[in-house]
Design a protein around this ligand. Structure first.
Ligand SMILES: [Zn+2]
Length: 344
């Protein structure tokens, strides 16, 4: 190994050691977990004596139907699918990194592929009663290093009542920044792989559906329901486009939704900043920004934690023109997440 590289390695190890000393406690390291059910819904919860670990069971208390309600990721991470007959039934585990995982039991169906990255608020399954369950509910757990923790939502510890009805939780799990929650109308609405009537059908919305719109763009003109509109919305969870006609807003363009593919402009700082193929420090280097550079950020996601310049951050930005990811640390904004940028 050349001496210079050896010295760099030593410096890196020294930084690593310093980081270890500064590791926060478990409670501080927890992601900001949000409710495991949809935006603005109100559910009641309980913990019974036969419950595994520190779980809470949730059923709706806002007049909506529990069975069939979407189950959503309480924080971003990597989701895996599992089945346990007579116990958890169909269940999802989301690994949030840093030793933290969340569990969601008794699903009637999965909405993710095994090993898929999910954003906070993204639908991962449908509430059901599979496995050892006496009725539809979401059995939800937060684990740290495999041990069930007392559940905290938005940093606040929930109560552990013995029956439903005394404590309620209203979800503010409304999707990441730059992703906007709408409801569709109409029935049999096709979601297509692009904003064209000839594009393949990805899925069909049977009836009114809560959707997260990532961005909108112009495509084929659609005439329906007495309206003509060539704007289409990209739906995050369905990963396809629908005509804006079927979204609960009368204008051609949806309010507060960015244009697809344009990105948000920022300035980088620092020198020799690597752009990588993924949000991991081990991913291949696509290019290197020699100095401050104007970039267009398409989206952002959580990846490897980077400590540099006195800042620790696991959010990475996807750069449109460089077609790769860089840590948000070197972008001209102090927060972990960039404002106005959707999650990838
Ligand atoms: Zn349970």
């Amino acid at each position: 190994m050349p001496l210079r590289r050896f010295i760099t390695l030593l410096a890196t190890l020294a930084v690593g050691a310093a980081t270890l000393v500064a590791l926060p406690t478990a409670a501080q390291a927890a992601p900001n977990f949000k409710a495991p059910f949809g935006c603005n819904q109100r559910w009641t919860y309980s913990h019974h004596s036969a419950e595994v670990r520190r779980a809470l069971d949730f059923i709706r208390s806002d007049g909506g139907t529990t069975n069939g309600a979407p189950v959503v990721a309480s924080a971003a991470g990597t989701a895996t699918r599992h089945y346990q007959g007579g116990g958890a039934g169909n269940y999802v585990v989301i690994d949030h990194g840093g030793g933290w995982k969340t569990y969601y039991f008794h699903l009637s169906s999965f909405s993710i592929s095994n090993g898929q990255s999910v954003a906070q608020g993204q639908r991962i399954g449908t509430t059901g009663s599979t496995g050892g369950s006496t009725g539809p509910h979401i059995h939800y757990e937060q684990l740290y290093n495999g041990v069930g923790q007392n559940i905290r939502i938005n940093g606040t510890a929930l109560a552990y009542p013995g029956s439903y009805g005394s404590y309620h939780l209203t979800s503010d799990n409304c999707g990441g920044s730059g992703t906007t929650n709408f409801t569709t109308w109409g029935s049999g609405i096709n979601v297509r792989s692009d904003a064209r009537l000839s594009a393949s059908v990805v899925t069909t919305l049977a009836g009114p559906t809560p959707v997260f719109v990532q961005c909108q763009k112009q495509g084929d003109t659609v005439n329906a329901e007495g309206t003509s509109n060539n704007w289409w919305s990209k739906l995050r969870d369905q990963n396809g486009y629908i005509s804006n006609i079927y979204i609960d807003h009368p204008a051609a363009q949806l309010p507060g939704v960015p244009i697809c593919g344009a990105g948000v402009q920022f300035q980088t700082w620092g020198s020799s900043v690597n752009v990588r193929a993924d949000a991991r420090t081990s991913a291949a280097i696509v290019t290197t920004l020699t100095g401050p550079t104007t970039v267009w950020v398409l989206c952002q996601k959580q990846g490897d934690t980077v400590t540099a310049e006195g800042v620790t951050n696991n959010w990475w930005a996807k750069l449109r023109d460089q077609n790769g990811f860089m840590t948000n640390i070197y972008i001209d904004h102090p927060d972990n997440q960039l404002p106005g940028v959707p999650n990838c």
